[in-house]
Design a protein around this ligand. Structure first.
Ligand code: PEP
Ligand code: MN
Length: 342
């Protein structure tokens, strides 16, 4: 259920509605918008006593939300969410480009990549200090040492750091240096971690699991939002199919579908989908054409010696060409703003 407040409703009236919802034994989630505030109700098993709420001052209407996911739904909030990351938007008109190596490497190498990306106008730096590798024998990330290097990148270049939080245990340390917490594909349904992330004050990049349905992705976002953290960004990074010509099949239809179902921004990750460098540009174009609000791309000053995922990593020069081209694509394929009927 969604209680839509009038445009002129006061804060006190919104508070009174929230108190009434609590009194009924449910959970209120105020969702302020540019036009008006709505209060989403969760925790109700059956029908909510509409009449009790409809008569409260400042209430315009009460709407039933048909989907299982409520807070992430475009039914609940028809205005698209723009996540602010230290003054840089994700969502809205701008195409966001997040770039950097798969893993944090030595301080010298990581700083050199960050410097090269800053020089071409990139504002978001990706690199994992904790790496979820398929093999236990593969490099697992520099861990605390990597976080220190990321802190230096942030301080020196002002880049916004996007880095993965893999466990509840290491989350506090990762949150110290991250501007955006990445939840990887393997952890998309780690509900204990999602609950913790829901209590964090940082934006979250939630990657779709390799075998997750769209509904499961949206429900994972719902876990985070229902904990109180409304700054969720979805990311399509490819799913498991029978095809073996790529590492994962980039599901561009998921990007378009998420934009139809949710107000939250959605990015594409052409690198982990492609698995090979030459396929990254075409998949990046496809993601933008499908309506992605931005991309997260693996980039290195020397991809052939990258410590992980080198085969799918672009050089800075290759990435610059792609970034320049994508800005033109964005003019041809502007973000869809249409509130869509579901
Ligand atoms: C990554 O971004 O380096 C990564 C491990 O991604 P995913 O969780 O999508 O596999
Ligand atoms: Mn990687």
């Amino acid at each position: 259920m969604l209680v839509v407040m009038r445009v002129d409703a006061t804060d006190a009236q919104v508070d009174a509605v929230c108190a009434a919802i609590k009194n009924l034994g449910y959970e209120p989630h105020p969702m302020p918008g540019a036009q008006r505030t709505a209060v989403c109700i969760t925790g109700n098993e059956g029908a909510v006593d509409r009449d009790r709420l409809a008569q409260l001052a400042g209430v315009r209407e009460i709407i039933r939300v048909s989907k299982q996911y409520k807070l992430v739904s475009l039914e609940t909030k028809s205005e698209r969410t723009v996540v602010d990351v230290r003054g840089e938007p994700i969502g809205g008109q701008e195409l966001t480009l997040i770039a950097g190596p798969c893993s944090v490497e030595t301080e010298e190498r990581t700083m050199a990549i960050a410097e090269a990306l800053t020089a071409i106008g990139i504002k978001f730096f990706r690199a994992g200090a904790y790496k979820p590798r398929t093999s236990p024998y593969a490099f697992q990330g520099l861990e605390e040492e990597g976080l220190k290097i990321l802190a230096k990148v942030r301080e020196t270049f002002g880049l916004r750091i996007v880095t993965e939080a893999m466990s509840e245990e290491t989350l506090p340390a990762v949150a110290e240096v991250a501007d955006v917490l990445q939840i990887g594909a393997r952890n998309m349904q780690n509900t204990a971690l999602l609950k913790k992330i829901g209590k964090c004050a940082l934006p979250v990049l939630l990657k779709r699991g390799a075998a997750a349905t769209l509904e499961e992705l949206l429900m994972a976002g719902e876990y985070i939002m229902s904990g109180g953290n409304h700054q969720v960004i979805f990311c399509e990074r490819g799913i498991r199919t029978f095809g073996d010509h790529v590492r994962n099949t980039l599901d561009v239809s998921a990007i378009a579908a998420v934009k139809e179902l949710s107000h939250l921004p959605t990015l594409g990750d052409p690198s982990h989908a492609a698995g090979k460098r030459n396929l990254v540009p075409p998949l990046a174009r496809a993601a933008v054409a499908a309506g992605a609000d931005g991309l997260i791309v693996e980039v290195h000053t020397d991809p052939s010696t990258a410590w992980s995922d080198g085969a799918q990593t672009l050089s800075v020069e290759e990435f610059k060409r792609l970034a320049d081209e994508l800005r033109h694509y964005r003019e041809v394929f502007p973000p869809t703003q249409s509130p869509v009927a579901i």
